[in-house]
Design a protein around this ligand. Structure first.
Ligand SMILES: [Zn+2]
Length: 173
C-alpha cells in the first residue's frame, strides 16, 4: 500500500491540475483513450455501489461501454478507502495509451471525507460519478445540476447533465 501511495504523488502534481481545470480533451492525459472501460472496483461497499451506479449511467446515457471487470487487465482502477486528505475523490492517469492519451486511470474515493459530509449516501454516489466523469476527461462545472461541480451533494446532483453527456459523446463517438 505504501508503494502505491508514494507512486501516486508525482502523477498527482502532473495530471490533476490540467485534467481538473476544464474539459481536458486537449491534454495528453485528459481522457481515457478507449471507449471500452473495464473497471476494477474495490474497497468499501458504499464506494463500490457508487461505481456500479456510475457504470450503469454511463452505459445508459453515453457512448462509453463500461463494465466491472477483472483486476489484472483493467483500464480503470477504482478503490474506496480512507485517506488523510480532505478530498472526496481523486482521479489520476498512471499509464500512456493509444495516440498519447491516457491508458489507465486510477479513481480513489475517500471514506473519511465522504462519511463526514452532510449526506454520505448521496455523497458516495456523487463522488463516484464525478470521478468517472474525470476518467472521460470532464472537468469541473459551476452548476449544481451537474455531478461535475465540486463540493457536497445535495445540492449538487449525482448525475451527468446534457452538457456532460454531449462532451463524453464527442470524445467517445
Ligand atoms: Zn473533480
Amino acid at each position: 500500500m505504501a508503494v502505491v501511495v508514494v507512486g501516486l504523488i508525482p502523477a498527482l502534481s502532473v495530471c490533476a491540475p490540467a485534467a481538473f481545470a476544464s474539459h481536458g480533451k486537449t491534454a495528453a492525459s485528459g481522457y481515457l483513450a478507449y471507449s471500452n472501460w473495464s473497471v476494477c472496483n474495490g474497497g468499501l461497499e458504499q464506494g463500490r455501489e457508487g461505481i456500479v451506479r456510475a457504470v450503469n449511467i454511463l452505459n445508459a446515457e453515453t457512448d462509453v461501454n463500461a463494465s466491472i471487470g477483472s483486476c489484472d487487465s483493467e483500464n480503470v482502477s477504482a478503490w474506496s478507502g480512507s485517506y488523510p486528505e480532505s478530498w472526496f475523490g481523486l482521479t489520476t492517469c498512471t499509464a500512456t495509451g493509444a495516440n498519447g492519451r491516457c491508458g489507465r486511470k486510477v479513481v480513489r474515493l475517500n471514506s473519511s471525507a465522504i462519511f463526514a459530509s452532510s449526506n454520505p449516501a448521496q455523497q458516495w454516489n456523487k463522488t463516484a460519478i464525478h470521478e468517472m466523469g474525470h476518467v472521460g476527461g470532464l472537468g469541473h462545472r459551476n452548476v449544481s445540476s451537474s455531478c461535475m461541480a465540486s463540493g457536497e451533494a445535495p445540492p449538487i446532483v449525482a448525475v451527468f447533465d446534457s452538457h456532460d453527456i454531449a462532451e463524453l459523446n464527442a470524445t467517445y463517438v
